[in-house]
Design a binder for this molecule. Structure first.
Ligand code: BES
Ligand code: MN
Ligand code: ZN
Length: 491
């Protein structure tokens, strides 16, 4: 979608659709002016309660030549005092989804940008995120496929010039989110471990990052047995993908982002039940978020040194597959009794965490993983689980979540949770009781981070949405990209 910024009066601007905001409690100047131009049509809608300005409501009307805009899209903003960036972002997201439903490909937005000085970013981001769609596998009605063409942001005098650079930055972040969404949307037979590696190489070529992919032989030689074992039941070989972005010339230690890249999780020999198993193509959403974040960071030229590490494998049942009872010597040397092959995420991550910590001596490590069903039970689909070993890091991630609208919720990580993860035969087992499942999983990971500052995000409930949300049409959400970028900006 092309984006333009112009400072002009919305009342004089010709466009197929003009988006304006409406408050529940009283109307602003623009609303009143539009109402007057339409002979009181808007106040009539309010009087009859056909449109009340409630948050996340929209209403499209034709202007029949009484305004230069052919249509008006009214977008509810809720109570005037409660308006903030997130509400504005959601309003913009709802607006584009209503425009898509009406197949209006060009529009202008005059949402109020008074309040916070990041309102322009929020309005633009909401529109870009809400306009996402994925229809690569639809072959029918190709010709009628709807694509947005252009959005014009109508700004008050004075900020149009600087507006352009600010919008380019928003675009960069949304590019990263779209990449993550695309990767998660692709089915498991397309988005294989090799596909993730090829994507990383492409990113590296396009944004001058450096990319290394460790193949099976090297993984075996290094002793990344936990990663290798998980991949053994699949014809798609496991890989370790490493992407490096150097945005800061000083020799400061890098921050490492690690993403779980299980391209399909059948559960292995501890096979998952059939119904809903197709959703397990999303088990590489952590990897997708890391790739999206690296792309966005590079486009934004963030002044940080960043390493993305993706352990990737397909978890399948097979004669060659690893099995319950097997004991693995992980890269760190710690031995793990496999009590459930479906607890595979922590296995590939434990080797990646150890690799990251010993190779890069990072200042910080953050991992993202669709790690546990228990996290979905605990938090549903409204927040990612957050745990870690460093108060400052956890608090920074919480603040980033609040600012960008990707919610996180901290769970405790007390030592007592580790009791059920101790094995009779090895140092650890990979699955304990079901109780406190997302915490025991994080506790397992913690055994591999040493003293490195580390945080873990369980995105099992947030990587995919069965319902349409204001800034995220049904399906892959791209969760993690905006959160990490906001965190890396260190505001
Ligand atoms: N990939 C799943 C977790 C998951 C569940 C992600 C639902 C997204 C939605 C993970 O590998 C898994 O199977 N975890 C098991 C762990 C258990 C065997 C200890 C789980 O949560 O049941
Ligand atoms: Mn699993
Ligand atoms: Zn999994």
């Amino acid at each position: 979608m092309k984006i333009d910024v112009i400072s002009t009066s919305p009342l004089k601007y010709a466009t197929p659709a003009l988006v304006i905001g409406c408050f529940e409690d009283g109307s602003d100047e623009l609303f009143t002016a539009c109402d007057a131009a339409l002979d009181g049509c808007l106040s009539r809608l309010a009087a009859t309660r056909e449109f009340s300005g409630k948050l996340n409501s929209t209403r499209l009307i034709h202007t029949l030549g009484r305004l230069p805009a052919e249509r008006l899209l009214l977008v509810g903003l809720g109570k005037r005092d409660a308006l903030n960036d997130e509400r504005l972002r959601q309003a913009a997201g709802n607006a584009v989804q209503a425009l898509r439903a009406a197949r209006v490909a060009n529009f202008a937005s005059a949402l109020p940008l008074a309040g916070a000085d990041t309102a322009l970013e929020a309005a633009c981001e909401g529109a870009l995120l809400g306009s996402y769609s994925f229809d690569e596998y639809k072959t029918k009605d190709r010709a009628e496929r709807f694509l947005f063409e252009g959005m014009t942001l109508l700004l008050p005098e004075g900020i149009a010039g600087e507006g352009r650079t600010r919008i380019e930055k928003v675009r960069a972040v949304c590019r990263g989110v779209s990449l993550a969404r695309d990767l998660v949307s692709h089915p498991g037979n397309v988005a294989t471990t090799g596909y993730l590696a090829a994507t990383a190489r492409e990113l590296a070529a396009r944004h001058s990052l450096s990319c290394t992919v460790l193949e099976m032989q090297e993984l075996e030689k290094l002793g990344m047995n936990a990663l290798v074992m998980v991949g053994k039941g699949s014809v798609e070989p496991p890989r370790l993908i490493v992407l490096e972005y150097r945005g800061s010339d000083d020799r400061s230690k890098p921050q490492v982002l690690i993403g779980k890249g299980i391209t399909f999780d059948a559960g292995g020999i501890s096979l998952k039940p059939g119904p809903g198993m197709e959703a397990m193509k999303t088990d590489m959403a952590g990897a997708a978020a890391v790739l999206g974040t690296l792309e966005a960071a590079a486009l934004l030229k963030l002044p940080v040194n960043l390493i993305g590490i993706i352990p990737t494998a397909e978890n399948m049942p097979d004669a060659k597959a690893f099995k319950p009872g097997d004991v693995i010597t992980s890269l760190s040397g710690q031995t793990i009794e496999v009590t459930n092959t479906d607890a595979e995420g922590r296995l590939i991550l434990c080797d990646a965490l150890h690799y990251a910590r010993t190779h890069y001596k990072p200042s910080v490590m953050v991992d993202l993983a669709t790690l546990t069903g228990a996290c979905v039970v605990a938090l549903g689909h409204e927040a990612s689980g957050l745990m870690g070993n460093d108060r400052r890091l956890i608090e920074s991630l919480k603040r980033a979540g609040e600012r960008c609208g990707e919610r996180v919720w901290e769970l405790p990580l007390w030592d007592e949770y580790g009791e059920t993860m101790k094995s009779d035969i090895a140092d650890l087992k990979n699955a304990g009781s079901r109780d406190g499942g997302s915490i025991t999983a994080a506790w397992f990971l913690k055994q591999f981070v040493g003293r490195t500052r580390w945080a873990h995000l369980d995105i099992a409930g947030t990587a995919w949405s069965d319902k349409t949300r204001p800034c995220s049409p049904k399906g892959a959400t791209g969760v993690g990209v905006r959160l990490l970028i906001e965190y890396l900006r260190g505001r």
